[in-house]
Design a protein around this ligand. Sequence first.
Ligand SMILES: [Zn+2]
Length: 451
Amino acid sequence: MVPFLNVIHDLYLKQLLSVFSWKQWMSSKGHRDVASRQTATQESGIMRSAARAGCPSPTFIMMVFTAARLYTPLEEIGDPLLFVQDGAITKVSSRAQSETPQGASLLDFGDAILAPGFVDIHMHGGTGVDVMQASPADLARLGKWLTNNGVTGYFPTTVAAPIDQTCAALERIADVIEATRDSTATNGKTPRARPLGIHLEGPFLSHKRRGVHPPEYLAQPTLEVFECLWQAARGHVGMMTIAPELPGALEVIAEAARRNVCVSIGHSDADLASAQAGVKAGAHHATHTFNAMRPLDHRDPGIVGEVLTDNQLSADIIADGIHVSSAVVQLFLHAKGFDRSVLITDATAAAGMPDGRYQLGPMEVEVKAGRCTIDGKLAGSVLTMDRAVRNVAILGGWSLRNAVRAATLNPAHAVGLSPQQGVLSIGSEANIVVLSPTGEVRKTIVRGLTS
Ligand SMILES: [Zn+2]
């Protein structure tokens, strides 16, 4: 199987040996709309250089994936056929409804499940790499490691730090987002999870609910500080955690929402009215529900009361069995349901590493027996996304499909990345995780490249 796959990779990467043109196939199947849309987005480096050289348009080998089941994840398809060309999904069907086109390469994953690659919208690092210190080579290593856990896209997440360190980190991450955005060519032959946007966790956090974020680096929300961070990140801020009760927060929330940032309330001591004011200003998500939030009281429900009861709000949770008890994870899943529950890892550089000391922005985390702490306070996790999915299936009693949905479509939707990410549908990126029937990662495919 493996040598065969390598051959397929080579063919795919050279993009020279296609048996027929994707355009011909699409139009022969009546997919003219998709074909014309894809024509506009066929912008790989190879195509651009071919066009510059006056070459005829290159064609791309089609790959067809099959397994026992497929989660879109809104639907489950038995005996699926998933058609992929030039890194994008061109058709989702079943063996009963479609045939493999002549000349296409069929990869059969047996009793496995095909699902969208996981999208982690809150992670600080892994495999020894801290995203705020990371060089492009470090982020490439992190991206490769993330595919072991089924992750194909993620939001590198900052912590409160000196402004010059934060801005330098934002610039470096923005470089990698741009370098990996337009072309699989920069990925070489190795599938890697890509940074899709930046999550600013700080500096606009409550001193009272700061967790381990250093108090000296927290800031009052102002449009000036937000603009400074936005400029350093060259507009790649996709998400921002903010305490809505802080003076000036509502103005910053409104401006960030206007720029299509997913504004997420968290690290907050807000009462119910302040949390609701944040939502009214434009927040539509909540960060690691229960952690670093004023606790729920039956006469003073606070921010948690708003998060659990407002159906406009999606929310995320760290389902590692350490941050939140399993009974409270069940409460959360029940409240937010299948369409608004989001799984995050909040992973630090320690994820995937042995116990020891690891960097987290300007801080050092101590890891013992899977607990990350700074001065005894929880400081991120060593959770991986595949484990979070299995935990929700086990703790929450959810079907694997719905647990997968909380790690794919729901986060992608929360941060505005669907339908390109988090879903297996025509036109979306061919980011696929191949899962065992019990949710272990067997293989990860990023834009059609298999691990
Ligand atoms: Zn975090």
